[in-house]
Design a protein around this ligand. Structure first.
Ligand code: NZQ
Ligand code: ZN
Length: 383
């Protein structure tokens, strides 16, 4: 195993009616800003639960954070935070609202141009405390210190991370899944699945426990995902999927092992240029990364074929191809298409994505060897 330094301060409050515990973890002297999306919480009762739990608090609201949260929208919330002297933020939503809240928490105390936090990775020194009420199991943002923020005017989607933007606590009540549309359940399962792959399908470093953590999450997503997809009110499978998604990206399974993230880096560009949902971009790109980089990933691909897909094929090349096929079929099970042509993505978009990696001179993947040429190869096999 490689060296690592694992830190995660986020408390998780999991279970039915967990939202009612909010007041046990927020000081009554705080002036709070509740941040949410386009209004799903007002249709599914989550808003009412939060308002009831915080009825004795000084609570303001900011709604309208879009999917793929935009800098432009979030800066409006920053203005309110400063003007109203907000002490605490409460994100009520999925990855977009939680990521948006992380940015608001940092930008509200940032001296200078807040976009530099993302574009120049300028280190933040302070952040406003915040917590989350998760409404969509997918991103893992409820228990990590990363956020992905878009800028509409420049079609960018950039990442920042800092220990100061771990949620103080997150409320995970599986019953929030009842109101999820099927395509969001699918997105969540696929996003969590690919998070694990990015931290597992790399190269071996003699980390059997880490590998088994990863394989356990993958196997549980494969077992429980179809149940939740069939019935969004299935509390048990919702709870299992929710915990898989949180554990898939809270820093634990990446301890001591190499990380890839090329699928995500390419996927973010695809979303920023086309608006395709985050998880759908991963479903398109991942089979391309696995096939173009199969030599690099050979040993772990063979382990993945066996431990996750129970493939007992003797011929190694056939075994690997079968594993990649099964992965793509898993995405199809959730009615998620996996080819660029399914989403009418033009060759011009591929050129723009390649040019962006070329300009940034970024080398992606666990061996930093996925150059812009490889990115083109990966996308071309996904046409
Ligand atoms: O606008 P609202 O009302 O919130 O509706 C949302 C949105 O329309 C809706 N929704 C959420 N919970 C619901 C619900 N509808 C009915 N019932 C509920 N209980 O679902 C739609 C999508 O929500 P969103 O938050 O965008 O989805 P998700 O949780 O998949 O988050 C995607 C974002 O997470 C980022 C992605 O880049 C993307 O911007 N990620 C964040 C990561 C992180 N912080 O670690 C890592 C991930 O790789 C990912 O990049
Ligand atoms: Zn993701």
């Amino acid at each position: 195993m490689q060296n690592f330094n694992f830190y995660n301060p986020t408390r998780i409050i999991f279970g039915e009616n967990a939202i009612s515990e909010l007041q046990n973890f927020i000081s009554k002297k705080y002036k709070i800003l509740m941040i949410y999306g386009k209004g799903s919480i007002k249709e599914n009762g989550i808003y009412d639960q939060v308002k009831l739990a915080l009825k004795d608090y000084n609570l303001l609201e900011f709604g309208g954070v879009e999917a793929n949260p935009s800098y432009e929208t979030l800066m409006k919330a920053v203005t309110i935070v400063k003007k109203e002297k907000i002490d605490f933020l409460l994100a009520v939503g999925g990855g977009s609202v939680i990521d948006g809240t992380k940015f608001i928490s940092a930008a509200s105390l940032f001296d200078g141009n807040a976009w530099d936090i993302l574009s120049k990775k300028v280190e933040i020194k302070k952040a406003i405390s915040f917590a989350t009420v998760l409404t969509l199991p997918a991103s893992g943002s409820e228990m990590n210190n990363g956020a992905v923020i878009s800028r509409k005017e420049s079609h960018e989607k950039l990442v920042f991370s800092n220990e100061l933007v771990y949620p103080q606590f997150s409320i995970l009540d599986p019953s929030v899944c009842t109101s999820l549309p099927k395509e969001q359940i699918a997105n969540g399962i696929i996003d969590a699945f690919v998070h694990v792959i990015e931290q597992y399908l790399t190269f071996p470093v003699n980390s059997p426990l880490q590998d088994r953590f990863a394989e356990s999450i993958l196997n549980t997503l494969i077992e429980e995902g179809p149940k939740l997809f069939a019935n969004s009110s299935d509390y048990e499978s919702a709870g299992n999927i929710m915990w898989c998604a949180t554990m898939a990206l809270n820093g634990l399974i990446v301890c001591g092992v190499p990380e890839d993230w090329s699928t995500h880096m390419i996927g973010h560009e695809l979303t920023s240029l086309t608006g395709i949902d985050h998880a759908q971009t991963l479903a398109i790109v991942l089979p391309g990364v696995l096939s173009v980089m199969k030599e690099n990933k050979k040993i772990k691909l063979l382990q993945y074929a066996e431990k996750v897909w129970n493939i007992d094929e003797v011929d190694e090349s056939k075994k690997i191809n079968l594993a990649i096929e099964k992965t793509e079929k898993f995405f199809h099970f959730f009615n998620v298409k996996t080819k660029l042509s399914d989403y009418k993505v033009s060759l011009g978009v591929i050129d723009e994505i390649v040019a962006r990696f070329e300009k940034r001179q970024l080398k992606l993947g666990e061996r930093s060897d996925i150059t812009s040429d490889k990115v083109r190869e990966i996308l071309r096999v996904r046409l």
